[in-house]
Design a protein around this ligand. Structure first.
Ligand SMILES: O=C(O)[C@H](O)[C@@H](O)[C@H](O)[C@H](O)COP(=O)(O)O
Length: 248
């Protein structure tokens, strides 16, 4: 039975530090057990701050034995500084011993699949399915998520086809309210393949959506309410993001 925990910290630095320690624990435990770990990264301020913080622990994790996926990507030309994978590279991959073949990036808009995000999304779905011979569909140890003020996670925005997707693991989004408009995203069925789903949320502007999601809102209204891990779902909140919890 999956367990949901809500952890509160004074500020976003404390939240990131706590997530960093737990990330190291989960990844090193998976590596001790199976020889490798599998994580899904997210874009946005808090998600990238965690990657930067992980540099402090670069000795404990064998980065060459981590399969790295992305929860969403901004469909822009390769090298664009707004791309999540570019930010993740600058924050972490450029500084640790990751295995280039184990970083599974979503395509760029000038990449091998062309400028059609639907084609690029389908290609990433193939990448997920071919991740492991023994596992016909992907599983992840940790799926990291940030959340927007209206409750979006990855590029799953309220009241959209993408958040309602029930079957496909990866879809294109062409009218994201958060710029840039064209994106590729893992869906809720894909997020729910992760053992541990961690939502890293900072700021009082997100407090209403946090309270609604933790209170069991409909994911169509508040997408983060549908992000559940098979073993655990953990909300890492700073004081601002947690400030409406008592009123639920
Ligand atoms: O590519 C993106 O923009 C994201 O993956 C998005 O889902 C992000 O995680 C949230 O919008 C939170 O972002 P902040 O932490 O910057 O608020």
């Amino acid at each position: 039975m999956s367990k949901t925990s809500v952890l509160q910290y004074l500020d976003s630095q404390a939240l990131v530090d706590a997530a960093r320690s737990r990330f190291v624990e989960v990844v090193t435990a998976a590596q001790a057990e199976r020889g490798s770990a599998s994580v899904v990264l997210t874009g946005g301020g808090t998600g990238i701050a965690l990657l930067e913080a992980l540099l402090q622990d670069s000795g404990s994790i064998d980065w060459a034995a981590v399969d790295i996926y992305f929860g969403d990507e901004r469909f822009l030309p390769s090298g664009d500084s707004e791309r999540n994978e570019v930010q993740a590279s600058e924050a972490l991959f450029d500084h640790v011993d990751v295995h280039p073949d184990r970083i599974f990036r979503m395509a760029a808009s000038d990449g091998p699949h062309g400028s059609d995000p639907e084609v690029a999304a389908a290609a990433y779905a193939q990448t997920l399915h071919s991740g492991s011979e023994s596992e016909p569909t992907p599983t992840f140890d940790i799926h990291l998520l940030g959340m927007g003020g209206e409750g979006h996670i990855n590029s799953l925005f309220p009241h959209t086809d993408a958040v309602r997707e029930q079957h496909r693991f990866v879809v294109a989004v062409e009218d994201s309210p958060k710029p840039p408009p064209v994106r590729i995203t893992l869906t809720l069925p894909a997020v729910r393949r992760a053992q541990h789903v961690w939502l890293l949320v900072s700021g009082a502007n997100k407090a209403d959506a946090v309270a609604a999601a933790v209170g069991g809102a409909d994911p169509d209204d508040i997408p983060s309410a549908g992000a559940l891990g098979t073993e655990s779902t953990v909300w890492f909140l700073d004081a601002g993001a947690a400030s409406k919890l008592d009123t639920v």
